[in-house]
Every structure is written in structure tokens, then in C-alpha cells.
Design a protein around this ligand. Structure first.
Ligand code: ACG
Length: 482
């Protein structure tokens, strides 16, 4: 499975309002085939007042800016016909303030009132979120509600069992619409408020009980459903969820990988493999929850922006991504090196640029949901320009995906760290009788290696023969037979 994270709003606009939509998705399904990805993760597409869609006003309705349910079903059906799968990003931890559920709760209607958490006289209203320092209690009328992700998104209170049944209906609804699985947003936050001590506190055991029950239900409808979880935390916490989900994003590895490349020092990457990827190191048993490998997502800076526009570093990072065991994910537009600066800890509308179809910046289907702040027209960062350039970012990613599909056994392979020094890391990747050796050069400078050139299967970057030795360029990767 090769995943592609898609922000529909920014993809392809079928009706000229500048906003990507379901019909636009249907029109451009071939794009995914061309790139080679096969599983599309759609950021939330339910009715929502927010541009990002993570605050939902109705779990059973599509966002009208994207089209109606039949448009969505039609796009999914056509996608299935050409071998694509779709997973839906479903944030069930909270809803929008303007949702029916919350509005009814405010009027004291049951059961809705019990589906939220309200402050009482003992609550510490000044309590802050442990990251970003935002307040977690918000005033509405003469009441205060608990909303970890801000005043626009009251948290649902899962202490109430009737809510569990309602959320099962939500999963069922979207499976019946055609989705093949889910990306479970904020999976560690379902129970993050300790009612007894009236404080923010992660309760991982309770979260796991909740997810076990939801997943049993989902699998009872589709036993092959694909379940990806977002637990953004260090390895100690992520490990608690081992075995619960099919795939879990590997946030620590992602951060360390990026940092190592940025600093041209592989030490952090190798340590991260040992600590955050240990289940793949010299493994004996089948890995239950696969590592969801990625470099960026919608909450983050675009990779090329993080690397000060250094395309070689960016390409190198993606080469590593597609050669590691686990499941690789790419965020839309990264395949052509779109720009995007992180403005705040929150995903803000002007932090990412929309998908660029055309060299001149404009044309049918082009979305303009925000300004071309980071990438004015003629910057050549466009699909149209890059698809015909042999060395473009687009063709690099396309080639890597092609490689990964030919070597799909890497997904479940085991890795051994053969050697490392200040610039070179050598890994052995093995799955039963299949083995390859991978050599990464983490420095911008060249490096001399003692390898047999007849064993080279693939080179991402450049190498030259020097007598009996091979000299590889900076940020180059060699893939060899053993
Ligand atoms: C998801 C979505 C995101 C969305 C929401 C809410 C959740 O991807 O787009 O927000 O529906 C936390 C949550 C994640 C959440 C992000 C944005 N992502 O856990 O579920 O915030 C620390 C914390 C993490 C935290 C992270 C954020 O521990 O919990 O993620 O910071 O920066 C080391 C540490 C690690 C630490 C990192 C970073 O790695 O080990 O613990 O993580 O450093 O410091 C959307 C919008 C929001 C809006 C919301 C309603 O983007 O603006 O408010 O919807």
C-alpha cells in the first residue's frame, strides 16, 4: 500500500469556484495511477465551518463545498474500478460549536448535554494545554466547556456510553458510502480529561478499550478495513497502542529523519531506527501495527521549505522514506516540492500552497483557495512542467514509488544496521529469501566506497567509478544485491 494524503479543497475544482471538490477528484483519478499511489487518505470531508474540516457540524453530511454524497460515492466507485482505495480522516474526539449536538446540549437537551464536559465551581478555568499553552476551558453564555483543540471544538465526553453507539453509526455510514477504512484523528485524546481529579490527563487504557470496541465493529462490517491511527507522541506512548491499529504514524522517526538530513549527520536517524523502529530491527516476529512512515503532513511545514529550498536534500529524504519497511505516506504536492511554511502550531490556511497543475499557474480545475504566497506562477513547481523533466521532483517520487511496488516485500522486511559513520549508513533489508543492501550518504560531499558495481540495482543520485572503488555524490542512495 502506497498512501497519499489528499486535501480535497486544494486539488481539482470542477465547478469554477476555486475550491477542489468530489467531481474534480473523479476527473483526476488517473493522476494517482500515474504517480503510482494506491490508497488515498482524504482529510475530513464532512460538513464543517472550518477550512480544514476537523471541526464537524454534522457527521452524516458532506461539506457542500465539495459536493453531495452521491458525488462522493461516484468518485469512490470510479476509483475502486481502477484499483484505488480510500480512507477517511474521521475526527470523533470533538465537534464544531455550531453542530446540532452542541447546540442542543447548550439548551440542556438529553442525551446531548451529557455528551460534553462542563466546568463546575471546582474547575481550574486557567488550566493550559500541555503544548502550545492554549486554554482548555471556553466560555459560552454562562457556561464553560472543555475543548482541548480550542474554542471552536468542544470535546465529546466518551464517559457516556450512548455516544459510543452513535459513533459506531458514523463509522457504518462512511463504510457504506464506500470508504475502505479510516485515519483516526487524535486517537490518544478520546479520554484525556480525568473527571475525578478534574484535570487534563491522558487515559491510554480507556482509549484502547474504546478503539478496540470501535474496530471490532468496523471489522464486523468490513473485515479488511484499513485502520490508521494518529498518536502524536514519543515512542513510550505510541508503544502502548501497539497491536490496536493496523498502522500507526511514526512521528518520532519522522522528526529524527528530517533532522538528520537537515544537519547532514546520520546519528539521530540511526538512533531513531534503534529506538522508534525497533520492531523492524533484526525482527523475528510479524509486526502487528505497521509503522506509518512519513516526512510531512498537513500539520507541518513542507519539506522543501524546511530544507531552505534544497531539492537534493528533499529528494534524498524521500528516497529514505520509500526504502524503509512499514507503510509510506506522502502529503499531496510533496511529489513536486510545493512550498509551505508553518505559521503556528495549528494548521493554518495560509501555511500550504494549493496543488499546482499548470506552469503558468492558472487553468481549468486550478484551485485558488488562498493566495500564491509561497509559489508565484512561473516558479515551475507544477505538475505540467515537472512531468516532462527527467530529473524533476515529480519523476523522482514516481520512480521511487515504482521501485517500492516492485520491491513491495520491503513493507514487512526486517532491517539490520550494518555500519554507520559520520556520513554513510549501510542497512541490510531482508524478508525471507529476499535481501537488499542500502547505502545512504547523509552528507552533501562525495564519499568513496568499496562496493562491487555489478551488484548495484539502483542509484538515486550519482556515482562514478574510481579504480576499484565507487565514489557516490552527496545525498545519494545506492541499492545493491547482497
Ligand atoms: C490532529 C490533526 C490536526 C487537527 C486535530 C484536531 C488533530 O492532524 O490537523 O487540528 O482534530 C496534537 C494532537 C494531534 C493533532 C495536533 C495538531 N493533530 O495530539 O492529534 O495536535 C506535542 C503533543 C501532541 C501534539 C503536538 C502538536 O504531544 O499531542 O499533537 O505537540 O504540535 C515530540 C514529542 C511530542 C510532541 C512533539 C511536538 O515529538 O514527543 O509529544 O507533540 O515533539 O512538540 C485541526 C487544526 C487545529 C484546530 C483543530 C480543531 O489544525 O488548528 O484547532 O483541528
Amino acid at each position: 500500500m502506497i498512501f497519499y494524503e489528499l486535501f480535497l479543497r486544494s486539488f481539482y475544482d470542477s465547478n469554477g469556484d476555486g475550491i477542489g471538490d468530489f467531481k474534480g477528484l473523479e476527473e483526476k483519478l488517473d493522476y494517482f495511477k500515474e504517480l503510482g499511489v494506491d490508497t488515498i487518505w482524504l482529510l475530513p470531508i464532512m460538513k464543517s465551518p472550518a477550512f480544514h474540516g476537523y471541526t464537524i457540524s454534522n457527521f452524516y453530511e458532506t461539506n457542500p463545498v465539495y459536493g453531495d454524497l452521491s458525488d462522493l460515492k461516484s468518485a469512490i466507485k470510479k476509483g475502486h474500478e481502477i484499483g484505488l482505495k480510500f480512507i477517511l480522516d474521521l475526527p470523533v474526539n470533538h465537534v464544531a460549536v455550531n453542530s446540532d449536538w452542541f447546540q442542543k446540549a447548550l439548551k440542556g437537551e438529553k442525551p446531548f448535554e451529557d455528551w460534553f464536559t462542563w466546568a463546575n465551581e471546582k474547575t481550574n478555568l486557567a488550566e493550559e494545554r500541555h503544548w502550545g499553552k492554549d486554554l482548555i476551558w471556553h466560555k459560552i453564555g454562562n457556561k464553560y466547556f472543555y475543548g482541548l483543540f480550542g474554542p471552536g471544538s468542544p470535546d465529546l465526553n466518551f464517559e457516556n456510553k450512548s455516544l459510543w453507539e452513535e459513533i459506531k453509526n458514523v463509522f457504518k455510514f462512511w463504510l457504506e458510502a464506500g470508504f475502505d477504512g479510516f485515519r483516526l484523528d487524535a486517537a490518544k485524546h478520546i479520554f484525556d480529561y480525568d473527571e475525578k481529579n478534574m484535570k487534563f490527563k491522558y487515559q491510554h487504557d480507556k482509549n484502547i478499550k474504546f478503539w478496540d470496541e470501535m474496530l471490532d465493529y468496523i471489522y464486523s462490517i468490513n473485515k479488511n478495513a484499513i485502520i490508521v491511527s494518529e498518536v502524536w507522541d514519543d515512542h513510550k506512548i505510541v508503544q502502548k497502542y501497539e497491536g490496536v491499529f493496523d498502522i500507526g504514524f511514526n512521528f518520532p522517526l519522522s522528526g529524527d529523519m528530517k533532522d538528520s538530513i537537515k544537519k547532514e549527520n546520520p546519528k539521530k536517524f540511526v538512533n531513531s531506527l534503534k529506538n522508534n523502529f525497533s520492531k523492524y530491527i533484526d525482527k523475528k516476529e510479524k509486526v502487528k501495527t505497521k509503522s506509518g512512515n512519513f516526512l510531512t503532513n498537513h500539520d507541518m511545514q513542507r519539506l522543501i521549505s524546511e530544507y531552505d529550498e534544497n531539492e537534493e536534500k528533499t529528494k534524498f529524504a524521500y528516497t529514505i522514506l520509500y526504502t524503509l519497511p512499514g507503510k509510506p505516506f506522502i502529503f499531496y504536492g510533496e511529489e513536486m516540492g510545493l512550498r509551505g511554511e508553518l505559521v503556528s502550531v495549528n494548521y493554518t490556511e495560509d501555511s500550504q500552497e494549493p496543488f499546482h497543475w499548470y506552469e503558468i499557474g492558472f487553468g481549468p480545475g486550478q484551485t485558488e483557495w488562498k493566495g500564491y504566497k509561497f509559489n508565484p506562477p512561473y516558479s515551475k513547481v507544477s505538475y505540467e512542467y515537472q512531468k516532462n523533466q527527467t530529473n524533476s521532483m515529480f519523476n523522482h517520487i514516481k520512480d521511487l514509488i515504482k521501485f517500492r511496488k516492485e520491491f513491495s516485500w520491503i513493507d514487512d522486511a526486517s532491517i539490520s544496521i550494518l555500519s554507520q559513520n559520520d556520513n554513510i549508513v549501510k542497512l541490510r533489508i531482508n524478508n525471507d529469501s529476499r535481501t537488499i543492501i542500502i547505502i545512504y550518504n547523509f552528507k552533501a560531499s562525495k564519499s568513496l566506497l568499496n562496493v562491487n558495481k555489478n551488484k548495484i540495482i539502483k542509484c538515486y543520485g550519482l556515482y562514478t567509478e574510481k579504480c576499484d572503488l565507487i565514489e557516490i555524490n552527496g545525498f545519494t542512495t545506492l541499492i545493491l544485491k547482497e
